[in-house]
Design a protein around this ligand. Sequence first.
Ligand SMILES: [Zn+2]
Length: 451
Amino acid sequence: MTYQSGIRLRAQSVVGLLLTLCLALFTPALAQSPPPEVVDLTLGISVEGRPITGVRIGSGPRKLVLVGATHGFPERNTYELAMQLVEHFRANPAAVPPEIRLYIIPLLNPDGMALSRRQNANGVDLNRNMDTSADSCPENDWSQRVSGAYGIVSDTGGPYSDSEAESRVIRDFLLDADGVVFFHSNAGVVFPACNHEPSIALARVFADGAGYAFIPKWDFYPITGGMHDWAGGLGIAAITPELVTGDQPEFAQNLSGVEAVLRSANELLPQPQPQTVGGFAVQPIIWRAWRAWGGEPLFGLPIAPPVQTADGWTQLFERASFEYKPAQSDTTAAVQIGLLGRQLLTPAEVAVESPQPDARFFPETQHNVSGPFADFWQINGGLPIFGLPLTAAEQTTDETGAPIVRQTFERGVLQRPLDATSQLDVRLATLGRTQWAQQDARSPETRIWVR
Ligand SMILES: [Zn+2]
């Protein structure tokens, strides 16, 4: 190395150092720049552990979601269509108007695709697995026995509604959506959620744009527990376009349908309306989660108005608190159940357990969950709803002196009569009321009133 080239190198490293310093100084400014136009997402995993992925294009206030391949391999042209739509909007993000954030989930049923079947890995038809009881159409309510294509009747609705990992992923991801399009094939029609005006309007516009036939109702055979009816029941504009063929993506037609929807997005994608339950206004997205996850039988009624927090809204119900966090809209956790069990009831020292036979052991907290509690925990939503067990199940008495069994979880407390054998005898304890009483005792108004 010559002396001169050494100087040059040193000069270059000084310039490099200055550049690094400048970058470090400007990084906070970069962090505050608008979110990128196109974002890749992983929303959850299938029964066999395959990722369920999506893409977001744009960052407007209205959430529109396109879903492909709910019915796996036989409807793989809907997966190809969704992939082509992803590529189109990746290349043309400006085609998504500023009021919209567009999500595309190309493959809701990756196990069905891998296993060359319509159902998921558990043999459940995901478009017959939803709790559709919130709408005004009792004939579409969930049933284990279902009708499918070609007149085939089978017990593929699942052991209970929302039983499948994939159903829970799309359910929780859509809670803050304004519109959703579920692509299927191959009947060549577009139909809306039952008796839901915004869905009917959306179906008409999409059908006109795509050149498919609009039908007000699918009446070739009954669809129970369908995703479009589930979404419509919660106030989300929801439609099912059926491609004409079983093997072509029909990209140009469906792009025209999507573009027609995007052009009229403000009219077609209504934002959720406030709800009143038991005399309390319920925050609209919290209302959807409360209704979708079990409603009054599981969580009880609201006992206080919604409260605005630093990152969204929270609201107390008799047996749980609900938290809505708009910044989590790219995930399945925009609505969460508050950690009332952990906040209110966990003693400082809890003896850990070793794994017991006939129990589900949670290594994270070293506790077992068994019998009616295990069934109740799993059937009613599992980890996101109840959290991990924080104690062993313990025998105690309720306020009337009757013997009960109780177990504390992160987000609630399960209790049942001592001799209960069924998960139907399990309830969440009224921790919302406990929390409300504590807040009430702390509030200055109450203290003045007590004096
Ligand atoms: Zn289908």
